[in-house]
Design a protein. Structure first.
Length: 289
């Protein structure tokens, strides 16, 4: 029994180290992604770091590699710069799926004194069979003011010991998609103020165009309460980690007025994390088409 106990403890410590090193690796990869965009072009960087099945939103969800290959950048005498840096990140216990987010800024030409655009990005990363990190989803918002400085950030070392076991992927993914569908259904029947706290984590981050991120369930709920007209969400797909503790869903949405006319439509991505056995929204980003 003594030897079995020692083995179990070693496995738990190893899983903790895996999760922390995976988080650091992912953040380092995001920073390398940004550095390549600075040293070469954003297009070169996106082609280098996107997964074969990675999604971009142009404006709806498309296979990113295929879209970029079919839409070459037209010749220009400008040398634009898209710069970004992660400022927050999360990782699954199994160390195979995570996300990064932070501010971005854009200059129409690198020689410009000031950026002409600002926003925040949300990127979902997945560890590939060869051990590299590639992003599988990239979506963001724009807003009129800077979201923060372009400085290198390091994730905190929480020293939190975690362990995980591999779950049935198909079952876990269907459970997450069902949770997303249940949220959509509940939101159509009730006010945001009643529904959102039932599905969102206390530290949820809500991203909506023309606004800086809303952090915390109360701030997010108050922001959503200003939405004009009911929203119809339609999930399309998603993925979950091997541990079944972190996942994402993506889909489309429509907002209708009282006369049932569509006044806004777009795409959304939600990142979910298991909290006390329940899927909770930790990142919520939507962008109109």
């Amino acid at each position: 029994m003594k030897y079995i106990f020692v083995i179990v403890i070693c496995l738990v410590v190893a899983m903790s180290a895996l999760g922390q090193s995976a988080l650091q690796e992912m953040v380092n990869t995001e920073q390398s992604f940004s550095k390549m965009a600075e040293e070469k072009t954003a297009r070169d960087a996106f082609l280098a770091f996107i997964a074969d099945d990675g999604l971009l939103f142009r404006p709806g969800a498309v296979n990113g590699k295929q879209w970029m290959q079919e839409h070459p950048v037209p010749p220009s005498d400008k040398n634009p710069l898209l710069a970004w840096q992660p400022a927050f990140a999360g990782m699954s216990a199994s160390g195979d799926l995570g996300f990064t987010t932070g501010p971005w800024e854009f200059k129409a030409d690198r020689s410009d004194e000031k950026p002409s655009g600002f926003g925040d990005f949300v990127t979902v990363w997945k560890k590939q069979a060869d051990g590299s990190w590639k992003f599988v989803v990239d979506l963001g918002i724009s807003h009129p003011q800077s979201g923060g400085p372009q400085t290198l950030w390091q994730p905190p070392d929480t020293n939190k010991k975690t362990s995980s076991k591999t779950v049935d992927h198909a079952v876990a993914l269907e459970a997450l998609l069902e949770r997303d569908r249940n949220y959509a259904s509940a939101q159509r029947k009730q006010e945001f103020a009643a529904v959102y706290p039932m599905y969102a984590a206390r530290d949820v981050r809500l991203y909506r165009p023309d606004n800086l991120p809303y952090i915390g369930v109360q701030a997010a709920t108050d922001a959503l309460a200003t939405t004009k007209g009911p929203i119809r969400w339609k999930p399309i797909g998603g993925d979950v980690s091997r541990a079944g503790d972190l996942g994402y869903t993506h889909g489309t949405y429509e907002v209708k007025d009282d006369a049932k006319n569509v006044i806004e439509k777009g795409s959304y991505v939600r990142i979910w994390k298991k909290r006390n056995g329940m899927w909770r929204i930790v990142m919520d980003v939507a962008n109109p088409h």
